[in-house]
Design a protein around this ligand. Sequence first.
Ligand code: NAD
Ligand code: TYD
Length: 379
Amino acid sequence: MNHKNILITGGAGFIGSHVVRLFVNKYPDYHIFNLDKLTYAGNLANLKDIEDRPNYTFVKADIADLDEMRRIIKDNKIDGIIHLAAESHVDRSIKDPFTFARTNVMGTLALLQAAKEYWDTLPEKYEGKLFYHISTDEVYGALELTNPEGVESPFTTTASSSQHHLAFGTEFFLETTKYNPHSPYSASKASSDHFVRAYHDTYGMPTLVTNCSNNYGPYQFPEKLIPLFINNIRHGKPLPVYGKGENVRDWLFVEDHARAIDLIFHKGKVAETYNIGGFNEWKNIDLIKVIIKTVDRLLGNPEGHSEKLITYVTDRLGHDMRYAIDSRKLQRELGWEPSLQFEEGIEKTVRWYLDNQEWMDHITSGAYQQYYDDMYSNR
Ligand code: NAD
Ligand code: TYD
């Protein structure tokens, strides 16, 4: 495939900004169009280092605006789409499910339809084209916590940690696992995944879906666990742990996700699904203790200093107990695996947030204040 004009949606968000940066730097012969509505989660400061590159253009638009999608895709002769734009925070979806249906379902549908209409007019039609949809492991539902203390994980990668290599249950999400979403967020993502596959199965459009586990790293909006807690520790604010802190997530460093997206965009098989995971399960409370320890060390506080900030709060409604991905298909077929051990990844991440306080302050004050206050007023 020789893609020239690549549309990346949601490129001003957390994962999207890493994907845009990787593509702009790695592929000078491609033109990268970053399409983003700049909702509260979109922040062009995430892309300061590449914004003047000749192979990069930012386009402000709403994916749910079908006419705009038609115009943008046609005018820019888009060959490949990597679709990340979405409403992405479970807690917000519980408060406002309609916005999630609008963007995640109707927006994805508008993008699919606009791409189809443009590609249908071309002599080569779908040849060399790809609609790559980025989804989440949350569509598979929740796994049980059958080993609450954790047992040795059955999976190994070169990045496996020697100190913490645990599985908290015997089941894992596979590409064949039946969809069973529980939150409005995961229900909207599941629906969008079905539409993407329907455009392949019905019209023969070249589509592909990947389902990834929880990402962490620089530029994540501080409503999500890791950046929120780093920032609160720095300011001596309470750390709101939902329920008993026993829920388990599988964490992947965001640059490893971006590398997987690059590989799959170029080498993945059309109509396939690939799971992307960190082989890295953590119980929330254990992860929180690692974050506290790392932040305290880097700030020069005595060990355990910020543990007093841990505050158990009412659990999230319908809180999924455990997510754990089996991404051996991607490992086997395309040779991808995480490159960073969690200890290295978390160290890099904490350092980044502590070194980029200005980025954080811009979000937690001023222009973003209203969104931030809305989110935290009911805690
Ligand atoms: P994010 O919330 O940080 O960024 C989303 C971006 O989409 C923002 O820049 C926002 O402005 C933009 N956007 C929202 N609505 C839009 C609309 N109507 N039109 C155009 N742009 C719009 O999200 P993220 O964490 O970077 O996630 C990106 C994608 O990856 C999402 O599809 C998400 O479901 C998926 N995903 C995320 C994770 C994770 O851990 N963060 C894990 C697996 C999959
Ligand atoms: P989050 O970062 O919101 O990702 P997701 O819900 O998509 O997995 O949350 C990660 C885990 O941390 C999840 O089990 C909920 C929990 N959590 C808290 O305990 N407190 C918080 O303030 C937040 C934001 C999350």
